[in-house]
Design a protein. Structure first.
Length: 124
């Protein structure tokens, strides 16, 4: 039988999980806004794009099989883009945070030993 402290601990963990999901969706929304704006989308308010990011997160278990067509469809229909614009916005929404993380890692020295040799290998 669980004690009162254990119930509070489980509730705290549940709250942290929900908070992590909301923060992740909010950050994803910001990067999706940038992607949609760069692709020339019409509707780029935070609330509208948050619903798009939430819809994409719900269907992501289906699309992780290699078929992101549902995510592209949500971007296309909700933001007034064509298929090409939706794909560009989707790629930018994933590429921008990846480049930020790489840049931060490089400047903090975490990628120092790896990145220059990888770039040298690509250039040669």
């Amino acid at each position: 039988m669980l004690q009162v402290e254990q119930y509070f601990a489980l509730g705290g963990i549940g709250l942290l999980i929900v908070l992590a999901i909301v923060i992740t969706l909010a950050l994803g929304t910001v990067f999706l806004i940038f992607g949609v704006k760069l692709a020339g989308g019409e509707e780029t308010t935070f609330g509208h794009t948050f619903v798009t990011a939430l819809s994409m997160a719900i269907v992501s278990p289906i699309t992780c099989l290699g078929f992101p067509i549902l995510q592209w469809y949500f971007i296309k229909t909700r933001h007034g883009l064509g298929w090409g614009g939706a794909i560009v916005a989707w790629i930018l929404a994933g590429l921008i945070p990846a480049l930020i993380v790489l840049g931060i890692g490089y400047f903090l020295g975490a990628l120092g030993p790896i990145l220059p040799s990888a770039l040298t290998a690509l250039l040669l």
